[in-house]
Design a protein around this ligand. Structure first.
Ligand SMILES: C[S@@+](CC[C@H](N)C(=O)[O-])C[C@H]1O[C@@H](n2cnc3c(N)ncnc32)[C@H](O)[C@@H]1O
Length: 282
């Protein structure tokens, strides 16, 4: 399948009024590639799909941009799809999906491969994230959530899949627990939650230019408590700086997040410090 075929099929979907149905027929990487760039001659496809974030936004939210980031994103989506088949025993097609901490909508737009925009939901407590999603023309249900939530972001909804990529790698213990509690109330009985966490070895490669951390103290906290966290220089929320750098163990999850069962673990070599954890509601 070459790019011309991919662009033509999306253009023809856009011309007949359902560009998203056309995307669902394509391979994951073709969807990812088209969402990064479509040449100007495919004007209907370009108009119907969200615009890609600037390199600066991609770098700022996700640490890299362009193809290197896209390959990581597509690799995660494959793990997500495989994990859903393995641990929820079904296909992601037509699933109701929530991207918790969606940032500029990097992964949410790749879910067009599986399901219609009305089934897609994204939340993020940073107003700028939600504004970027909206400004890009991302078709999905979007809402600003709370840093320490007490209510689900979409009350009354039950999702087949909730995922949070590179979110629990940053949250304080209090914020993380609050998020898991509202996600527990938002997941379908047979649903799956997928999160990423950092291993202890993350502290060896932490970029001290970004945020100075006491590496030895973090390694010790991880070994002793199963959880290590250094806040960024932000304003506290209700007495807690909720965002920084975080590592945790699976035992920490088992002991602290009630109502969840660790079903399995994965990772991608392209992004080895994001351990992917599959959680089933119990
Ligand atoms: C490193 S970015 C990852 C964005 C997105 N998940 C991705 O992978 O492209 C972390 C995101 O988590 C969001 N965030 C911060 N605190 C949060 C919280 N308490 N609950 C949910 N998301 C939070 C940030 O606003 C930011 O968009």
């Amino acid at each position: 399948m070459d790019r011309t075929e991919i662009y033509q099929s999306i253009e023809s979907g856009a011309s007949s009024g359902d560009v998203f149905a056309a995307l669902r027929k394509l391979p994951v990487d073709a969807v990812a590639d088209a969402l990064l760039y479509i040449p100007p001659e495919y004007s209907k496809a370009r108009e119907a799909l969200p615009r890609m974030a600037t390199d600066e936004v991609q770098d700022s939210w996700t640490g890299s941009h362009g193809y290197p980031l896209l390959l990581q994103s597509a690799a995660f989506v494959r793990v997500l799809e495989n994990g859903y088949r393995r641990y929820a025993n079904r296909s992601l097609d037509d699933a109701r999906i929530l991207d918790y901490g969606c940032g500029w909508g990097r992964l949410l737009r790749l879910m067009y491969k599986f399901t219609a925009p009305e089934n897609l939901h994204g939340c993020d407590p940073w107003d700028r994230s939600i504004a970027l999603c909206r400004e890009s023309g991302l078709a999905a249900n979007l809402i600003q959530s709370a840093y320490i939530p007490t209510e689900p972001p979409f009350p009354g909804e039950r999702f087949d899949l909730i995922y949070a990529f590179s979110v629990f790698t940053h949250l304080s213990a209090r914020s993380g627990k609050a998020v898991m509690d509202v996600c527990r109330r938002s997941i379908a009985d047979n649903g799956l939650m997928v999160i990423t966490i950092r291993p202890q070895s993350y502290w060896e490669i932490h970029d001290q230019k970004q945020n100075i951390v006491d590496v030895k103290a973090m390694q010790r906290d991880h070994a002793v408590n199963g959880f290590a966290y250094t806040p960024h220089g932000r304003e506290p929320i209700d007495g807690d700086i909720t965002y920084g750098d975080t590592s945790m163990t699976l035992d920490y999850i088992r002991e602290n997040w009630k109502g969840w069962n660790v079903a399995g673990v994965e990772f991608n070599l392209q992004d080895a410090y994001q351990t992917i954890v599959f959680l089933r509601p119990v």
